[in-house]
Design a protein around this ligand. Structure first.
Ligand SMILES: C[S@@+](CC[C@H](N)C(=O)[O-])C[C@H]1O[C@@H](n2cnc3c(N)ncnc32)[C@H](O)[C@@H]1O
Length: 234
């Protein structure tokens, strides 16, 4: 049980979802793609009765440890427990599934209210400069779900009526170069980049890319936009 609000970078996003869906004491919540359970923890801290599913058994074990009072299962988001649930949430899941419409449709069958969060377009997220520094590519706009009109259309195709599509800006803050570089250079995309670029050059490219986001005290602050869709089954 955490007594100081949700943990991790996603905290502002989790708060937005929980507020928008009025999650509180006794809310039956299904968390699709629950990951390590930080969103589930935040929901349980408001008194929700949480069930979570994820394809990754390691993530499910972490979520079960994070929220011992919840129920967590290794299941596909299109094959969750039947419920019924008051709220079905898909936090940062839709970019990772082959068929976001099918996931939204299934979510609408299980819950009275569906909430889904996604990254904004590349041009709405400062984090894109890190991706570009590690793996230069032609500027894109990101996955289809990041386009608000397309996300709304997907929800409608899934048989949902969109109630709101909010935007949340989440800052990613790093105290110093090491706090930024160490986790970044351990990612698969960075490890792939070191096959063709020496680590020192890669480090310098990243530091050059984040220079506009320096805070003046040795740290960095990158702002990223996320969208929160809230919808009801038709
Ligand atoms: C970016 S993480 C988000 C985790 C968590 N919702 C959060 O916000 O911290 C995406 C999660 O979705 C899971 N996932 C991807 N495809 C899935 C699917 N088809 N069914 C269930 N989980 C899936 C991944 O294993 C991963 O844990």
């Amino acid at each position: 049980m955490s007594d100081d609000g949700p943990r991790g970078w996603g905290a502002p996003l989790y708060e937005t979802v929980l507020d928008a869906t009025a999650v509180g004491e006794g809310t039956r919540l299904l968390d699709l793609g629950c990951g390590a359970g930080l969103f589930a923890r935040a929901a349980a801290d408001r008194g929700a009765l949480v069930t979570g599913v994820d394809l990754d058994d390691g993530a499910v074990a972490q979520a079960a440890a994070e929220v011992p009072e919840g129920t967590f299962l290794v299941r596909h988001a299109q094959d969750p427990p039947r419920g019924p649930f008051d709220v079905v949430a898909a936090v940062q899941l839709l970019m990772h599934v082959a068929d976001p419409v099918a996931v939204l449709r299934r979510a609408g069958r299980g819950g009275e209210l569906v909430a889904a969060t996604v990254w904004g377009r590349d041009d709405e997220c400062d984090l894109r400069v890190l991706q570009e520094a590690l793996a230069p590519r032609r500027p894109g706009r990101g996955p289809a779900v990041s386009e608000p009109a397309r996300l709304r259309a997907m929800a409608e195709r899934a048989g949902l009526v969109v109630e709101r599509l909010d935007e949340v800006v989440v800052p990613f803050e790093y105290a110093d170069e090491d706090a930024l570089l160490e986790p970044l250079l351990a990612t698969p995309v960075a490890r792939t980049a070191t096959r063709t670029t020496d680590p020192e050059s890669l480090r310098n490219s990243v530091l050059e890319a984040v220079e506009p986001f320096a805070t003046g005290d040795g740290g960095y602050r990158l702002e990223n936009l996320f969208r929160v869709l809230v919808a009801r089954p038709r």
